[in-house]
Ligand binder design. Sequence first.
Ligand code: GLU
Length: 292
Amino acid sequence: MDGFVTRFAPSPSGRLHLGHAFSALTGWKLARARGGQYRLRIEDIDRTRCRPEHEAGEIEDLRWLGIDWDGPVLRQSERLPVYAAALDRLRAMGLEYPCFCTRSDIAAAARAPHGSEGIIYPGTCRHLSAGERAERMASEAFAWRLDVAAALAVTGPLTWRDHEAGLIAADPLKGGDIVVGRKELGVSYHIAVVIDDAAQGVTDVVRGRDLFEATHVQRLLQALLGLPEPVYRHHVLILGPDGRRLAKRDGAASLASLRAGGATPADIRELLPPLPDPVRERGRNYNSGAIP
Ligand code: GLU
């Protein structure tokens, strides 16, 4: 028993596929081998993409794989006031600004290369005057963006610890001023995820390498909101036949269709890369490693 707590945090926008199975099993195996805790979180803030039947299907997929979890299932759609309070706090610190840009405005204005999360916001609305902001807020839809440079001036330089890569110097500026309050939802993935990792007592975030770059700004949000800093393990991604990361549209790799075709949970494990060996990892010092 070493206090290890991790989580699996799917969005209920379809059935789970082999990539989810690998992610869920990796964290579960570590938690169980270390006498730690394994939590489940349903990331369902985007009600246009998420459906209760997908949540039920994902839970069925996890149970079929033999995965169990500790404590209640946390549903992000039930926690919107908690996220709103955090956004208010950042706003009171002067670290947010309203952004009126549409997707096409941003695409037209952005000269910067596309980052892992798409086009990097060029900062257009950061420069609006207080008067123009107030006037446009009264009549236009807007998102709240984090002024990342101003936020970094508050926190100073930050690092995060990655299981594979060692100590990483956080560089949230490279992702631009991210949205912390989406136009139609009021909140965003980044805010919800850091608040909930803390609320669920997560010590180790186990997730795919597609979210490695998101960690830079999530570390910044943790520091701003006074949340504890977990260790990160960004595991390899499972690729489809086209060499691209599996997505929910890749029905052939869904656990439900593999199961319908006669696959057992043991067959699924055979299809996946080896899971971590917690015995070999015991005693590994995640604090070591130079800042690259
Ligand atoms: N909900 C995210 C997804 O399904 C995962 C978020 C995370 O692990 O931080 O990709």
